[in-house]
Design a protein around this ligand. Structure first.
Ligand SMILES: Cc1cc2nc3c(=O)[nH]c(=O)nc-3n(C[C@H](O)[C@H](O)[C@H](O)COP(=O)(O)OP(=O)(O)OC[C@H]3O[C@@H](n4cnc5c(N)ncnc54)[C@H](O)[C@@H]3O)c2cc1C
Length: 397
């Protein structure tokens, strides 16, 4: 049985690797790969932009806690292999007003809540003007996305998976290989397969900063190594209802990721987004003032360095929010007029986080229908993934 996985972002390559681990013959068909240079296939390739934190932020999906648990279990396969760029670190989600309890919180590991009275806790970054601090810290899976995606592509090809370059259109769809298709085309999906669900985009700007101080010098003794921080709206106005304006800091070994924006953007008008509140130009790009000054204060407390003096560049990507008021991620079997198709797209701001759990869902859908497969490859990481899949079959999503 031959499966064609459509789309070479994190969802596509992860699904293709997992299906190889299940013993399916797979072809990844895509216009561009997630391990190519930044900006290739913009705005259709979101996987160049995550840091990536494994937390289901800014996405709509049924049972986010279970998805988080399953994805964490798969990422665990890579945490003791340093070359893959996956590690566990202490992370803080911090708010200057009492936050709602997110549905994914129960899936996070070793959660410690800050006191309810807003007095905060020592060792955590805090805006000097903040009256109160709420939130929690936890052990988070952090993925150095570019390094990890390169490894995933190599493992896929070493395990016998093939890749075909193709720009897929409704008119050439019938030329696609495969007895079954898995649609991981991200924002490109509705142009190829019918989908009436409404879609919006959230533009995300971030800074890629050359680390002014080495990770080893500060991270081991820091209370947390990364943060998401929601200041009051007066400091950082939100552009999306129910999503606080959020700052964030994720240090990779070679690049610090300093963010960020979540501003509604539209196809018409080239995704240009007017910003609310005070702005500041960095390398000619208008960014919210808080992204520059408040992050500088928070990072100084954490890592002891002023990132604003380091060399940096501004990058921006789009989070494709499918059916943001409805069912969100499209993850389902479709008998289809041409070939059976499993849809797996619309992951918003959490495609890295959901990559493994959604791939497991796809594998489970094929196995449930008793689609035949061959013995899986013996090379790493396939046997370890196979073990996880067996656990899933005992306890389906
Ligand atoms: C600024 C920013 C920060 C983010 N941070 C995080 C984070 O920390 N953690 C996290 O989990 N997520 C994060 N995300 C979200 C994450 O990046 C996306 O959800 C994820 O990359 C989506 O992956 P995907 O594979 O589904 O889609 P994409 O990466 O968009 O891939 C789609 C693929 O399909 C191909 N394609 C599309 N149309 C066609 C066509 N017609 N023919 C052929 N090929 C086609 C494209 O070339 C591409 O290879 C962030 C996103 C942004 C923008």
């Amino acid at each position: 049985m031959q499966v064609a996985v459509l789309g070479g972002g994190v969802s596509g390559i992860t699904t293709a690797v997992l299906l190889r681990a299940c013993g399916y013959a797979t072809t990844l068909v895509t216009a561009a790969h997630a391990n190519t240079a930044h900006g290739a296939d913009w705005p259709r390739l979101a996987s160049h932009y995550p840091a990536a934190s494994v937390i289901p932020h800014t996405v709509r999906i049924a049972n986010p806690a279970r998805h988080t648990r399953w994805s964490q279990a798969c990422f665990d396969v890579f945490t003791d292999r340093p070359a893959w760029g996956v590690r566990m670190q202490r992370h803080a989600e911090l708010f200057e007003a009492p936050p709602a309890r997110p549905a994914y919180l129960s899936a996070l590991r070793r959660v410690v809540h800050l006191p309810n009275d807003g007095r905060g806790a020592s060792g955590l970054p805090r805006r000097p003007e903040a009256d109160a601090l709420f939130g929690w810290t936890f052990d988070m899976t952090f993925v150095d996305a570019p390094r990890y995606l390169r490894k995933l592509y190599r493992a896929y090809q070493a395990g016998g998976g093939s890749i075909q370059r193709m720009h897929i259109l409704p008119s050439n769809r019938s030329e696609l290989p495969g007895d079954v298709w898995v649609n991981c085309l991200g924002a490109g999906a509705p142009q190829v397969f019918e989908d009436d669900a409404p879609a919006t985009f959230l533009h995300g700007h971030l800074l890629h900063v050359k680390p002014p101080v080495a990770w080893q010098a500060w991270a081991a003794s820091a209370t947390v190594q990364s943060y998401n921080y929601a200041p009051t709206p007066a400091c950082y106005p939100s552009h999306v209802e129910d999503v606080p304006g959020g700052l964030y800091f994720y240090p990779r070994a070679s690049t610090w990721i300093v963010g960020g924006t979540k501003h509604p953007a539209h196809r018409h008008g080239g995704y240009a987004t007017p910003l609310r509140g005070p702005t500041r130009h960095v390398h000619g790009v208008a960014l919210p003032q808080a992204m520059w000054t408040t992050n500088a204060a928070l990072i100084k407390q954490l890592a002891g360095a002023d990132f604003r003096r380091a060399s940096m560049r501004v990058v921006s990507g789009l989070r494709y929010m499918r059916a943001p008021e409805g069912d969100g991620v499209r993850l389902c079997w479709d008998s289809g007029p041409e070939r059976p198709t499993i849809h797996n797209y619309g992951h918003g701001g959490a495609g890295g986080t959901l990559s493994w759990s959604c791939a497991l869902h796809v594998a489970h859908a094929l196995m449930k229908r008793r689609m035949p497969s061959q013995p899986p490859p013996a090379s790493a990481p396939f046997p370890a993934l196979r073990y996880i899949i067996n656990r899933l079959l005992e306890n389906p999503l």
